[in-house]
Design a protein around this ligand. Structure first.
Ligand SMILES: *[C@@H]1O[C@H](CO)[C@@H](O)[C@H](O)[C@H]1NC(C)=O
Ligand SMILES: *[C@@H]1O[C@H](CO)[C@@H](O)[C@H](O)[C@H]1NC(C)=O
Ligand SMILES: *[C@@H]1O[C@H](CO)[C@@H](O)[C@H](O)[C@H]1NC(C)=O
Ligand SMILES: *[C@@H]1O[C@H](CO)[C@@H](O)[C@H](O)[C@H]1NC(C)=O
Ligand SMILES: *[C@@H]1O[C@H](CO)[C@@H](O)[C@H](O)[C@H]1NC(C)=O
Length: 233
């Protein structure tokens, strides 16, 4: 009987302490790309408790991906006790590979009167140094974020993800007839010779008509001699 009471007591305590901790679920949405390899180890999410806290030091935590779809989670977060009490955390992504937004997220846990724990999240926009606080005389409006089923962190620019090494665009100079000529030394030499054979007489004709005529005469004479020689055989 005594042990049963103790057991119930322990169970009760564990239930009470369970209600006094919070959980934050998040996901890095990489636009349908799964997170694999080094990328998963080079991105993490950090959490820092701000405002009032009941523990000796503000709670800090780091979360990494739970799966290749970018899910991450902070659990067992200490919360301030009491009705209408709030607990604040700031969460921020740290990544070597991506520029992510929001760059900082304010997390608010609130103990409602009916016993439920309310979770709110507000994003910090780039260019704003601090989260607007209720202590400021003219606070800016906090921009609320969806928390269910998770807080979404995205790429700053939704550009397609490219690998660090990428083959160059295959251009007109490396494919087809032109490509095949440029890539072969012999074909290139042939083309240059052909061009020279066509172009050389034209250039000579233009620069030096006398010599050009002499060359033509000489060629004709040689041909005549050749055919003459053939004929006389
Ligand atoms: C990501 O992974 C899931 C299962 O882990 C798979 O169903 C899905 O096809 C993958 N997506 C890509 C883009 O690789
Ligand atoms: C922090 O706690 C003190 C004392 O409990 C209280 O006076 C103060 O209003 C609290 N501040 C906030 C931001 O909740
Ligand atoms: C908690 O907040 C609600 C709404 O602001 C208020 O009606 C209620 O009196 C507060 N309860 C306590 C115990 O301060
Ligand atoms: C507690 O109150 C909030 C808002 O007042 C409401 O959304 C929520 O459903 C309530 N929860 C319960 C268990 O009554
Ligand atoms: C190469 O570039 C052209 C035009 O710049 C583009 O139409 C084509 O899709 C590109 N090809 C590849 C393989 O990227």
């Amino acid at each position: 009987m005594f042990f049963q009471i103790v057991f119930v007591f322990i169970a009760l305590i564990s239930v009470i302490s369970a209600t006094a901790t919070g959980t934050i679920k998040g996901r890095l949405d990489l636009a349908a790309n799964n997170i694999t390899g080094f990328v998963s180890t080079r991105t993490s999410f950090k959490l820092y408790q701000i405002g009032n806290f009941s523990t000796k030091y503000p709670h800090t935590a780091t979360a990494i991906f739970q799966d290749d779809e970018g899910h991450f989670e902070f659990s067992n977060l200490p919360l301030n006790e009491g009705v209408n009490e709030t607990t604040y955390y700031v969460m921020y992504p740290a990544s070597m590979d991506f520029n992510l937004k929001p760059n900082r997220i304010l997390i608010e846990f609130k103990n409602l009167e009916n016993g439920t724990l309310q979770l709110n999240a507000f994003k910090n926009l780039f260019g704003r140094e601090n989260f607007p606080s209720k202590d400021i005389i003219y606070p800016e409006k906090l921009e609320s974020m969806k928390v269910d089923p998770y807080i979404k962190v995205e790429l700053l620019h939704k550009a397609p993800i490219r690998s660090y090494l990428q083959a160059r665009n295959v251009s007109i100079f490396s494919t087809g007839i032109i490509g095949s000529i440029l890539n072969s030394r012999w074909k290139l030499a042939g083309v240059i010779t052909l061009i020279a054979l066509v172009v050389f007489p034209i250039i000579v004709e233009k620069l030096d008509p006398e010599t050009a005529r002499a060359i033509r005469e000489e060629t004709k004479r040689k041909q005549r001699e050749k055919y003459g020689a053939v004929a006389s055989k």
